[in-house]
Design a protein around this ligand. Structure first.
Ligand code: SF4
Ligand code: SF4
Length: 212
């Protein structure tokens, strides 16, 4: 194959192309050496460091094909201190908490709990990947429980769409109406008896998590 003169980029264009090349390696000094210990403590995961990288968790995970990092990689990255990559990954939000990986892991590592710990850590640090709406749903759900002690689907879904993709709400309105007609959705707010007590309890847990 021959290269014609027109194939050679202009120096300015070449410079911009070079600028776009992202550095994919990390220096040790850029890692967070305490991250693994922190997540291990949050996820009852003292066994986290016993991972043999066999990949059983990734093989058994029904969603690993859609994840940016497989569960095996997530465990390796957590242990090595790749905090930013892990907390910004789609994987932690795609995990459906099916527990399949935790059941199959030969080292008894509670991978699902690790995923939960990572979600909590991401939310505490306000790390919400733009293309993943799940954290918005999780946050709104928590606020509903905090305020009323119970979830109201209409309020939850309305706020979720308003904060993510408002135009999609029109598409879903028909389904919502059908569900309301058969009594599966209610516009009325239903609280629990000891709302204040629950609020105090959840707030203290949240403060404790943030302090760690
Ligand atoms: S199944 Fe367990 S030991 Fe194997 S890679 Fe996954 S976490 Fe590590
Ligand atoms: S709990 Fe999450 S990571 Fe584990 S197999 Fe299920 S979806 Fe995959």
């Amino acid at each position: 194959m021959t290269t014609s003169f027109t194939d050679i980029p202009h120096p300015e264009q070449a410079f911009h192309q070079t600028e776009k090349i992202a550095r994919r390696i990390k220096y040790e000094s850029e890692l967070d050496p305490k991250f693994g210990d922190k997540i291990a403590t949050m996820a009852y995961g003292e066994k986290l460091f016993a991972c043999i990288q066999c990949g059983t968790c990734s093989a058994t995970c029904p969603l690993s094909h859609y994840m940016d990092y497989t569960p095996r990689k997530i465990i390796a990255m957590v242990r090595s201190g790749f905090r930013d990559e892990v907390l910004n990954s789609a994987t932690i939000w795609l995990c459906a908490s099916c527990y399949s990986c935790s059941v199959e892991c030969p080292k008894g590592i509670k991978i699902t709990d690790v995923m939960y710990a990572l979600k909590r850590e991401a939310m505490i640090n306000n790390i919400i990947p733009k293309h993943i709406p799940t954290p918005v749903l999780a946050k709104e759900f928590f606020h509903q429980i905090l305020a009323h002690g119970r979830n109201n689907e209409v309020q939850l879904i309305t706020r979720f769409y308003l904060l993510t993709k408002p135009w999609k709400m029109l598409k879903k309105a028909r389904i919502g109406f059908k569900l309301w007609r058969v009594g599966r959705l209610s516009f009325f707010e239903k609280g629990v008896k000891y709302k204040k007590l629950l609020h105090q309890y959840l707030t203290s847990v949240e403060q404790r998590e943030e302090a760690h």
